[in-house]
Write a new protein. Structure first.
Length: 326
């Protein structure tokens, strides 16, 4: 079995973009591979976080993993900060990373743009991300387009370590679904849907109430004209909504176009909302059960123990090869 590693930040409420681009694929992958899925709370603090909010968002994200269908008996579900090897190998990988490599990272440029002061963690976190992956010698990494550059750095660092200290690390490969890996904002389809957006109308959260979902979709920006037609170049707003529809209704783009031919955006957006509600409501019910029972803490403890067993062995071998006194 190949080994899979992925994680999402606890910097806000998970959105349907996270569900389509990551969580649904996590659920499929757990049946095919040895999987490690974490909430990357250490990455979240690369930008300032309120302690109470960070705590709530971290636990919420982990509970949504399980509510969406991840099985703790088939995949290891844990918090990044609960496996201390992440921080230690993160520092080691930072010492192997060149300044120029970090300066070329487009995500750092995007996130630091217009800010007077930026924390060093935001600059160096690709090295920690590399450590996350290499700790488990993961074969497949589910990533969106915006993270592929970081995965390339991980491969470079693995190769650099192997050349300097002997063959040890596997070269991780990206796993990207064919469609839907990048769901765009409801108010501007040129931007990725983000759980950190200050505009709540720009995204649909996985925990949004049904009436909130209906309201957000009714107000979602659409292109001029009224044809429900997939054309990412000229009709990117409605194309984004059609991509969402395709995933939640399990219909092809061609089937959606045929269904709404001559009907306009109104019926299309109304039906889209109902498809989202039908999928998300059972997840929300299960989520509330998990949170009220407290079972997520047992899930995270079990997952951290499983992850640490492998991560600690990797870290020990890295330190041994580098010359640390053990």
């Amino acid at each position: 079995m190949k080994r899979v590693l992925s994680g999402m930040q606890s910097s806000g409420q998970l959105t349907i973009g996270n569900y389509i681009g990551a969580l649904r694929n996590y659920v499929k992958l757990q049946h095919l591979h040895q999987c490690f899925f974490m909430v990357v709370d250490m990455h979240a603090i690369t930008v300032p976080q309120e302690p109470a909010a960070l705590r709530e968002q971290t636990e919420s994200a982990a509970a949504l993993y399980v509510a969406a269908g991840l099985d703790p008996n088939k995949a290891s579900i844990f918090l990044q900060s609960h496996v201390h090897a992440h921080a230690e190998l993160g520092w080691i990988m930072t010492t192997l990373t060149n300044m120029g490599e970090l300066e070329r990272m487009t995500q750092f440029k995007d996130k630091s743009e217009g800010k007077e002061s930026v924390g060093a963690g935001l600059f160096t976190y690709p090295s920690l991300m590399a450590a996350d992956i290499l700790l488990y010698n993961a074969d497949l990494i589910p990533v969106g387009d915006d993270q592929k550059q970081h995965l390339e750095l991980t491969r470079d660092l693995a190769n650099r370590f192997n050349n300097r200290f002997g063959e040890m690390f596997t070269m991780p490969q990206p796993y990207t679904p064919e469609i839907g890996a990048r769901i765009m904002s409801l108010d501007d389809a040129s931007k990725k849907m983000s759980k950190s957006s200050p505009n709540a109308a720009s995204f649909i959260g996985m925990l949004d109430e049904p009436d909130v979902i209906r309201k957000k979709l009714s107000r979602a920006v659409t292109d001029s004209g009224r044809e429900v037609q997939y054309d990412p170049q000229n009709k990117r707003e409605v194309s984004n909504l059609m991509s969402i529809y395709s995933h939640f209704a399990d219909m092809s783009i061609a089937e959606i176009e045929a269904k709404y031919e001559g009907q306009g955006y109104g019926p299309f957006k109304k039906d889209l909302a109902e498809h989202l509600v039908a999928v998300l409501e059972p997840i929300q019910i299960r989520y509330r059960e998990i949170r009220s029972s407290g079972e997520i803490h047992d899930v995270l403890k079990k997952g951290a123990q499983e992850a640490a067993e492998i991560a600690n062995q990797t870290l020990l071998e890295v330190k041994k090869r580098m010359g640390f006194v053990l």
